[in-house]
Ligand binder design. Structure first.
Ligand code: SF4
Length: 224
């Protein structure tokens, strides 16, 4: 990966890190190819606009103005986040990580060193549909991360994007039961696909309805 591994920096958000004013760091590249992904520019970027030194200069100027930093992408864990998070810690910011969960080792290392405060773990699809939705055959990578997080003291949430031509309520019911079987008891955040100009599989708005009344009560569902 090029030295300029950061595609872009959103200087301010109060939506992406619960309870905190934060910036978002968008890392280049991803180890998935989700059909509905509207960050395809970031996923396919070989080079971003910023290197880590530029990120650090930016953050230094934000001390006292922001509470936290959101690491997103793309998939941030394909980069070596350890030195980056140590530096962010030195500046005194909280850190939230958005991840698809495929790089368990990186997530473990970050949690064990106390370098992340909150993790949003994407649950893309159950095993039977995972490859189709994500272009990745590494479902077990995701479950390994889920298993680790459940057994750790880490604060985390699980979330799923719904495109009803890909996932129906029966699929979400299976996914909730799967989460429960791993010991996850927290809220399950669902967000609907939003049609944008470009996404990886050029998906349009769903043709099928998503009948929420068919969802089971296995977990508390929160729509975003
Ligand atoms: S939606 Fe999928 S392809 Fe897009 S950045 Fe997230 S994990 Fe990668």
């Amino acid at each position: 990966m090029n030295d300029k591994q950061i595609f872009d920096i959103t200087p301010f958000t109060h939506l992406d890190y619960p309870g905190k004013l934060a910036c978002i760091v968008w890392f280049c590249g991803c180890n998935m190819r989700c059909m509905y992904c509207y960050n395809s520019d970031i996923v396919f970027a070989k080079e971003g606009n910023y290197g880590v030194d530029e990120l650090y200069s930016f953050l230094e100027r934000r001390i006292g103005l922001l509470d936290g930093v959101v690491l997103s992408g793309g998939e941030p864990t394909i980069h070596d986040l350890i030195p980056i998070c140590r530096k962010i810690r030195e500046f005194g910011f909280s850190i939230k990580l958005d991840t698809n969960g495929l790089n368990t080792e990186m997530v473990e290392a970050l949690v064990e060193e106390g370098l992340v405060d909150y993790i949003a773990l994407d649950f893309k699809a159950m095993n039977g549909k995972f490859g189709y939705v994500t272009g990745s055959s590494r479902y077990k990578g995701f479950t390994k991360t889920l298993e680790f997080l459940v057994s750790s003291q880490a604060q985390f949430e699980v979330r799923t994007t719904i495109h009803s031509d890909l996932l129906q309520p029966e699929d979400i019911n299976i996914m909730m039961r799967e989460l429960k079987s791993y010991g996850y008891c927290g809220p399950y955040y669902l967000q609907r696909f939003i049609e944008t100009r470009n996404n990886i599989a050029n998906m349009k708005s769903p043709e099928s309805d998503f009948d929420e009344s068919r969802l089971e009560g296995t977990l508390q569902i929160i729509w975003r």
